[in-house]
Design a protein around this ligand. Structure first.
Ligand code: FE2
Length: 413
């Protein structure tokens, strides 16, 4: 079974989406060493290391690696000089998400509309042009260090062509994966890892949602921002009674783009006896809001988690008691709403340490990695939806307990 991004199989009708977001064009990370990070994401998460823009292709100030899997495109950017803005940001925040970019028909128009809706510009429209086509990018600021860029593409740089392997934009080159580019011993490491990943896919398809952590008292301001500037609407919300343990809590409101292309839950810490996970993130992120996690969608949670575990991905581990209660909770909820019970093998789910939750529309399987860098900041969620459109509220308490255990190990609780 293949699931495409909502954008890819829904005929665009933008009645509820005046900015006309077609797809997630890419997610850009600022990292200390893009060359090394590319191998980390390829090795651990099965991404293809597809293209690069660096000194060899005419990029003098920064290097950018394009990594792809399904309909996910990551751009890993590293500064080549201390004056590039990524240099300051990496020093301040460590590696993390800088930009969640949306593909639109007309980037300039979308940007102008967002600005007239009250957005702060991150940068003015820029046109990257050569004989193959044009890529137009224009950015607005969102919470903390994060931007949203609008991207429109013409000619060979159209997103459908990029998905088929065309160059991402001018000054990007594909990795030369011919035998002649191999080093000593005839081994080309990028060809080797890409080939391994093609034969052993991890099954990640697209970005399901991304979560922003903002400061205490600021959640509603950012909810308003997504309503007014990007013309999103609120999809659901949780208060500190929903997401709390005896020790710590958070509050969350989920914003959704008009056509459901992307959902963005906004979290703020809530007062508790001990430090909220959102506050821990902020403490290690120069007290600046940012992306807490990216949720990557799979059609086969068991396969994806088994593959990622075998590649060395570290996931949060749950208290054993979780599986004593989960089937009653989930299958009772599914039965109440006339849905089939969870079809995946229950014992395999337990062995792989996967979380399960249900709502009135079905169920979901999910699991969270540990932080992807030394700072306790960005992590990934691997999620599979079987009807459920929610975010695993029933798991929050179990998950919080697991997260707090990790916080305690880091001396941050
Ligand atoms: Fe999530």
């Amino acid at each position: 079974m293949t699931t495409l991004s909502p954008a890819a199989h829904t005929k665009p009708s933008f009645a509820n989406d005046p900015l006309h977001l077609i797809d997630v064009d890419h997610v850009q990370f600022y990292v200390g060493n893009a060359k090394q990070a590319a191998f980390f994401y390829a090795h651990c998460f099965g991404f293809q290391i597809e293209q690069v823009s660096d000194l060899t292709s005419g990029s003098r100030d920064a290097s950018h690696y394009l990594l792809t899997q399904g309909n996910i495109r990551f751009i890993l950017t590293s500064p080549l000089s201390p004056t590039h803005h990524a240099a300051m940001e990496v020093a301040m925040y460590g590696d993390g998400v800088k930009d969640v970019a949306f593909n639109v028909y007309d980037a300039e128009k979308a940007w102008e509309r967002a600005i007239s809706n009250g957005a702060q510009p991150a940068y003015e429209p820029r046109h990257f042009k050569d004989e193959h086509g044009t890529v137009t990018m224009a950015g607005i600021k969102t919470f903390g260090r994060v931007n949203h860029t609008f991207v429109s593409r013409t000619g060979a740089y159209d997103l459908t062509k990029v998905k088929q392997g065309a160059a991402f934009m001018p000054r990007f080159r594909k990795f030369d994966t011919t035998a002649t580019s191999a080093g000593a011993g005839g081994i080309n490491p990028i060809l080797t890892i890409n080939d391994y990943n093609k034969k052993n896919p991890c099954g990640l398809k697209y970005v399901d949602h991304l979560v922003g952590n903002v400061e205490l008292g600021k959640m509603n301001d950012w909810v308003k921002f997504y309503e007014q500037v990007l013309e999103f609407s609120m999809f659901m919300h949780f208060d500190d009674k929903d997401i709390a343990t005896d020790f710590s809590a958070l509050m969350s409101k989920v914003m959704s783009s008009g056509q459901g292309l992307i959902k963005i839950p906004i979290n703020e810490p809530a007062p508790g006896k001990r430090k909220s996970q959102v506050q821990e993130y902020l403490d290690w992120h120069a007290n600046t809001p940012g992306v807490q996690h990216l949720a990557l969608r799979t059609d086969d949670e068991l396969h994806s988690i088994a593959a990622l575990r075998s590649r060395g991905v570290d996931f949060l581990s749950l208290p054993d008691a979780y599986y004593e209660k989960v089937w009653d909770r989930v299958n009772t909820m599914l039965k109440q709403h006339g849905h089939q019970a969870v079809k995946e093998d229950h014992e395999a789910i337990r062995k792989l340490g996967i979380l399960v939750d249900a709502d009135d529309e079905g169920y979901l399987l999910q699991l969270f990695t540990k932080p992807l860098q030394d700072r306790p900041t960005l992590f990934f969620e691997i999620i599979c939806r079987r009807g459920a459109q929610s975010f695993g509220k029933g798991n929050f308490k179990a998950l919080f307990e697991a997260l707090e255990l990790e916080q305690e190990r880091r001396g941050n609780l």
